[in-house]
Design a protein around this ligand. Structure first.
Ligand SMILES: [Zn+2]
Ligand SMILES: [Zn+2]
Length: 280
C-alpha cells in the first residue's frame, strides 16, 4: 500500500488529508495517531513561522518547528519529526500558498538532523528555534540498493546491527550534507537487514531468486510499519524479502497478513541476534 498523494498535486487539507487519516487540522505539524505518517505543513498560512522554511541548494528542506513565542522545545510535533524513523512514521510535506487555500504535496522526506537557531517569535522577541533538515526520499531506489556497487567491506553481523540500530536516530548539529547523512543511515539499515536475511527471503523462506552481477543474492528491503520504503527505520521493523513477496506486501489482497507474518519472522531473527550479542 502507498500514500494516495501525488507529488505536486494539490489537496484540500481537511477533507482529503485529515478526513482520511486523522491528525490535527490546524498548525504546522499534524501527528495522526493511527496513520503511519506525520503531516508537515509549510508556507504562508500553514505555520506562522513558515516564512523561514526553504529548500537548500542540495535539495534538503529547512523546516522551522512548532512554537510561536518563547524558546522552542523538543516536545510534541517537534519530537515526532525527530523520532519519525525510530517510530516507523513517514514524513509527508505539504506546502500552502495562502491561508485556507489548497495544499500542495511536496513528497516524502526523512529527518537528517536539526539545529537550534536564534529567530524572532510571533511577539517580535528573539528566541531559540528548532530548525530541521529534511531530505526528500526517492522511494525504493535506496532500498533495492545499487546492485552494481561493490560489496560493503566485510563487517560482522553484530557490527552491522549496531550501526543499523543507531541509524534510526538523527542527531543535532549541522550536518556536512543532510542528503548524504540520510543516505548513509539508510544504507546502514539495508546492509544489516540483507546480511541478517543471508540470501533467504524473510517472508516466504525461499532462497533469493537470482544473484546480482557482483555475486550477491538479490533481496529487497521492506519497511513493515510504514506505507513507504526509503530512508532509515528501526531495523527491528524492516525485512529483507524477495521481489515477489515485496510486491505482495504492498499490493496483495493478503498484504495485512503477510506483513504480520513477516514481523514475527523478523522478531525471531532479532531475538536470536540479541541473544548472541548478550552471550558474546
Ligand atoms: Zn519471498
Ligand atoms: Zn516495501
Amino acid at each position: 500500500m502507498h500514500w494516495p498523494f501525488v507529488v505536486h498535486q494539490t489537496y484540500v487539507r481537511r477533507t482529503e488529508i485529515h478526513a482520511l487519516f486523522g491528525g490535527q487540522q490546524q498548525g504546522g505539524i499534524s501527528t495522526p495517531r493511527a496513520a503511519p505518517g506525520i503531516f508537515i505543513f509549510t508556507g504562508h498560512g500553514a505555520g506562522l513561522v513558515g516564512y523561514k522554511d526553504r529548500y537548500e541548494t542540495d535539495g534538503s528542506f529547512r523546516y522551522t518547528g512548532q512554537g510561536q513565542v518563547g524558546d522552542m522545545r523538543m516536545v510534541s510535533g517537534n519530537s515526532a519529526i525527530r523520532d519519525h524513523a525510530a517510530d516507523g512514521k513517514d514524513l509527508l510535506i505539504f506546502s500552502q500558498e495562502k491561508r485556507g487555500g489548497l495544499v500542495r504535496f511536496e513528497g516524502l522526506f526523512s529527518c537528517a538532523g536539526w539545529e537550534v537557531e536564534r529567530q524572532d517569535g510571533m511577539d517580535g522577541l528573539e528566541r531559540d528555534a528548532i530548525v530541521f533538515h529534511l531530505v526528500p526520499l526517492r522511494e525504493l531506489e535506496i532500498e533495492a540498493g545499487d546492485v552494481t556497487e561493490a560489496p560493503a567491506p566485510a563487517a560482522s553481523l553484530p557490527q552491522l546491527r549496531k550501526r543499523a540500530l543507531a541509524a534510526a536516530a538523527p542527531a543535532s548539529g549541522k550536518q556536512m550534507s543532510p542528503a548524504a547523512t540520510v543516505f548513509v543511515r539508510s544504507r546502514d539499515v539495508r546492509d544489516y537487514v540483507l546480511a541478517r536475511a543471508d540470501g533467504v527471503c524473510e517472508a516466504c523462506d525461499e532462497a533469493a531468486p537470482f544473484m546480482t552481477a557482483n555475486g550477491r543474492p538479490y533481496l529487497e528491503v521492506h519497511h513493515i510499519r510504514r506505507l513507504s520504503d526509503g530512508g532509515p527505520d528501526d531495523p527491528r521493523h524492516v525485512g529483507g524479502i524477495c521481489p515477489n513477496c515485496h510486491r505482495r506486501a504492498h499490493y496483495g489482497e493478503d498484504r495485512g497478513a503477510l506483513n504480520v507474518a513477516l514481523q514475527l519472522n523478523v522478531d525471531a531473527a532479532e531475538a536470536a541476534q540479541e541473544a548472541s550479542s548478550v552471550g558474546s
